[in-house]
Structures are given as structure tokens and as C-alpha cells.
Design a protein around this ligand. Structure first.
Ligand code: OAD
Length: 238
């Protein structure tokens, strides 16, 4: 694209954290090949067997807590720091690695493993301990209704209005490490393309299911292709 983008929106998925040791969901050894998402990532699964769901999330929270950002997360933080326009990262990841790398303008559309939510009063707060069915909600006192503050299948992702506004206003949309099968995120590129002047780029290990929707494709591991992409953008400033 010829002119410098003023507003950049970057969508990230599990692939950006793969090289930080966090598995993806749908790759060969992905999480959804090992556990049934209906059992651990739906409100119905929680209603059926809350202890099983909470054990699963408590284990995930510990894995995520020890993970460190890789070169791709750091490159996006650098872009935000140096870019004269707005850079917004919208992540489907619940792992907290973008903020660990220093990204500040960030939307967690699928929530965060490091927070807890009450099913009754919707109180949300940081939570660094196991969640169990014996706990009281610190706000309303209800027992057994605390859950991780992550969006499960069948629930509406967070901050959708803000995300749609940002997509409508952006002139560069970049999708990194996401398979392009889970909506609404999978539909973001179509929304951006309705606005002809916005450029769209996919950075992914291999072409995703939605690859043909993007004007530009770069394939390879995120820890290499994301810093290269950011360097190319920043070079255009000089
Ligand atoms: P997926 O597991 O569906 O897709 C991960 C994508 O990352 C794939 O396209 C891989 O090719 C790519 N990938 C893998 N390793 C990579 C690497 N080193 N560098 C670059 N790309 C790499 O994960 P998501 O698209 O994030 O939702 O999944 C979307 C949502 O489905 C998740 O947020 C989660 C899941 O179920 C909920 O839990 C609600």
C-alpha cells in the first residue's frame, strides 16, 4: 500500500503463542484433539460438571502463568510504541502474553485466564488461585458460581462494539496465527474488505481457511514473520 496506514488493527490467535510453548487448538496436536470442547468450553459443560471444567481451567491457568512472550509479541509491542498512528491488538488468546510483552492498546475478545467471573452477579476480578465450586463470590456471596473469565462457545465475545468501530475505521488489518474458523473473529477480514481502501494481510504458519480473503499473505512461524513485517512497516517511517 502506498500511503502510511493511520489506523492499524491486528487480530491474533493461538498461533502467535505457539512458540511460547502454548499449544494451539486445531493443529495436529491441538487442544481440541485431546479434550472435547463441549465438555470444557461451554456453559452446558459447566452446568453438567463444574469440577471437571474448573480443574481443566486451573491447569491451563498455571501453564499460561509461566509462559513468556516470544519475538512476535515483542514486535507488536514495538510497533505500538513507534507507530505514529493508532495500533490496536484484538486478541482471541486468553494467555496474557501481549501485555507481558508491553502491548497496551489491547482488547481481549475471549477474556483472560487470569480473571474470575461470577455467573450470578457478573463481578470480574483478577484471580491467581485455583477456582473451586466451594468458593463464595467476593461480591455477592453466592457459592459455586465462580468461573474463569473466558468466553465459551455459545457466549458473545467481549467488546464487540469497540472492535467493529475499529475495523470500520482501520486502513490496515493484519491477522496473525488464527485458523479463521471461529466467528465472529473469522468474519473481521470480510468486514474490513467492504471498505476498499483498507489493506488486509495474513501472517500465518500456513494459509488459513480464510486465506483467500486477504490481499497479502506471508507464511512461516510467527516469531520470524511478525518481526520482519513490523520492521518493514517501521522502515517506511524513515
Ligand atoms: P487455532 O488452533 O484454530 O489456529 C491456530 C492457527 O495458528 C492455525 O492456522 C495454525 O496454522 C497457526 N499456527 C500454528 N503455529 C504457528 C506459528 N508458530 N506461527 C504462526 N502461525 C501458527 O487457534 P485460533 O484461531 O486462535 O476460542 O482459535 C480461535 C478460537 O478457537 C480460540 O480463541 C478458542 C478456540 O476454540 C474459545 O475458546 C472461545
Amino acid at each position: 500500500m502506498a500511503t502510511l496506514p493511520q489506523r492499524i488493527v491486528i487480530l491474533t490467535g493461538a498461533g502467535i503463542s505457539a512458540e511460547s510453548g502454548l499449544g494451539t487448538f486445531r493443529d495436529k496436536d491441538g487442544l481440541w484433539t485431546k479434550v472435547r470442547l463441549e465438555d470444557v468450553a461451554t456453559p452446558e459443560g459447566f452446568a453438567r460438571d463444574p469440577d471437571y471444567v474448573l480443574d481443566f481451567h486451573n491447569e491451563r491457568r498455571l501453564i499460561v502463568r509461566d509462559a513468556v512472550p516470544n519475538a512476535a509479541h515483542h514486535a507488536l509491542a514495538r510497533l505500538e510504541q513507534f507507530w505514529p498512528g493508532e495500533v490496536l491488538v484484538v486478541t482471541q488468546n486468553v494467555d496474557g502474553l501481549h501485555e507481558k510483552a508491553g502491548t497496551r492498546n489491547l482488547i481481549h475478545m475471549h477474556g483472560e485466564t487470569g480473571k474470575v467471573r461470577c455467573n450470578i452477579c457478573a463481578d470480574v476480578r483478577p484471580w491467581d488461585e485455583d477456582i473451586t465450586t466451594g468458593l463464595h463470590c467476593p461480591n455477592c456471596g453466592t457459592v459455586g458460581q465462580l468461573r474463569p473469565d473466558v468466553v465459551w462457545f455459545g457466549e458473545i465475545p467481549y467488546h464487540m462494539e469497540r472492535i467493529h468501530d475499529a475495523l470500520a475505521a482501520c486502513d490496515l488489518f493484519v491477522s496473525i496465527g488464527t485458523s479463521g474458523v471461529v466467528y465472529p473473529a473469522a468474519g473481521f477480514v470480510a468486514q474490513v474488505r467492504m471498505k476498499k481502501r483498507a489493506h488486509t494481510v495474513e501472517l500465518n504458519l500456513e494459509p488459513s481457511d480464510g486465506a483467500s480473503m486477504f490481499a497479502e499473505q506471508v507464511n512461516g512461524p510467527a516469531s520470524r514473520i511478525v518481526p520482519e513485517f513490523v520492521d518493514r512497516l517501521i522502515e517506511r517511517l524513515s
